[in-house]
Write a protein that binds this ligand. Structure first.
Ligand code: ATP
Ligand code: MG
Length: 384
């Protein structure tokens, strides 16, 4: 029955002269998400119209569009001419069989159309009352029939599917996200994509404690996250040589801090190669010893580029709820060897001092160790 999808976006409509850039990106993202399930994707003032074949699976398309950031809602619609008789007939067809009450919600961006929105509401309302045993209910109807009069056509539909919101992935530039295999970092990457960033993932592993399963776990997490962007890259960076050197030189109380600083320094090198703009972590204030504000200060000073932590003010329970919705939670809770806790003190320092840390680091050959690790990194690509 449906031949079109009307896509509405909120925030990108307010971006001034960037608007056309945002809309083009959204069109591009819609095209890859739908693969070959569309006839055309076109921008028309303030909305995007996807033309579909009537045999297209509605459920598949719903699932695809549900992963595209930048959409506020979308509707499967019937496209008609401006002929009011044709609009009436289709409005009637779109009333679900079981509905006992209805309302019409017309909008008109084409001011040359001969009826106003409230006139359309009245004309269609009367026609439906005449042709069906049903009541009008403006407050809480069983069915709402939406009519949009655009510059080129009328679109009629009976459902608005709520979407992710946010901004189209790619409009805000690229970031490098540290992903651990825990609960938090996948959620934090999701939030960056929601704000229009494309994400490159970096994971550090120590093969003396990380089994093949733990790498598979991270790959599975990235695979879930990869459905929100066209192409995804994951760097799996071997960390054992660096950790061995750190363990030789650094008191166990401070090792965790230096592990984390190394992770950031390596991530910053990857950021430069990738022409990315910021580093993302899953840190939340004071959730564990390494994430006191004092330690975050010392850890974040390892690099010059901005470090963004979208979960910084979240409670663990809130993060878990989102991870469950994303489908990452069940994977994140599988056991794995966390290289950050490799041979560290039972009571890591909760307040570290930058000078002390820098003195330890002087004994380490940071650049050589980091470059070697990057050279040995395994790069996995996911294409949607
Ligand atoms: P998560 O649930 O994301 O693991 P967490 O609360 O367990 O977070 P940590 O394990 O201390 O806290 O990690 C804090 C952040 O450091 C992570 O969110 C992630 O961004 C980064 N990180 C930790 N371990 C790794 C790793 N092995 N590889 C890449 N990044 C890591
Ligand atoms: Mg963790």
């Amino acid at each position: 029955m449906y031949d079109s999808i009307v896509v509405h976006y909120g925030e990108i409509g307010t971006k001034g002269k960037n608007r056309s850039f945002f809309e083009k990106k959204l069109v591009e993202n819609l095209r890859w998400s739908l693969k070959n399930k569309f006839v055309s994707v076109k921008r028309i003032y303030g909305r995007i119209i996807i033309e579909i074949d009537q045999s297209t699976s509605i459920n598949e398309v719903k699932e695809n569009l549900g992963n595209v950031f930048g959409i506020t809602n979308f509707s499967f619609a019937v496209k008609t001419s401006f002929d009011i008789e044709e609009i009436k007939k289709n409005a009637l067809i779109l009333i679900p069989e079981k509905a006992k009450s209805f309302r019409i919600k017309a909008t008109r961006s084409n001011k040359t159309f001969k009826y106003s929105s409230s006139e359309i509401n009245n004309i269609l309302g009367e026609y439906i009352l005449k042709n069906k045993n049903i009541k009008v209910d403006l407050e809480n109807p069983d069915a709402t029939i939406y009519v949009e009069i655009t510059e080129s056509n009328a679109f009629i539909y009976n459902e608005k599917v709520k979407s992710l919101g946010g901004l189209p992935v790619g409009v805000s530039g690229k970031v490098v996200s540290l992903i651990s295999g825990g609960i938090d970092s996948p959620v934090s990457s999701f939030f960056m994509m929601k704000r229009g960033c494309s994400v490159v993932y970096v994971h550090f592993f120590n093969s003396t404690i990380n089994t093949k399963q733990s790498l598979e776990k991270v790959i599975n997490l990235v695979n879930i996250l990869s459905k929100y962007q066209f192409k995804t890259k994951l760097y799996l960076v071997p960390f054992e040589n660096i950790q061995k050197e750190i363990i030789k030189e650094v008191n166990s109380k401070y090792r965790m801090i230096i592990y984390k600083r190394f992770m950031l320094m390596i991530a910053e090198k990857i950021l430069e190669n990738e022409k990315a703009l910021a580093i993302i972590t899953g840190d939340a204030v004071a959730s564990v010893a390494s994430q006191t504000l004092e330690n975050l200060d010392v850890i974040y000073k390892a690099v010059k580029k901005p470090i963004l932590s979208p979960l910084i003010g979240f409670d663990k329970e809130e993060i878990i709820q989102i991870a469950k919705k994303l489908g990452t939670f069940q994977i994140s809770i599988l056991p794995y060897g966390d290289c950050c806790s490799y041979l560290i003190s039972e009571h890591p320092a909760t307040r570290s001092n930058l000078n002390e840390i820098l003195n330890f680091e002087k004994k380490l050959n940071i650049h050589i160790l980091s470059n070697e690790a990057i050279k040995k990194a395994i790069v996995k690509k996911f294409i949607n």
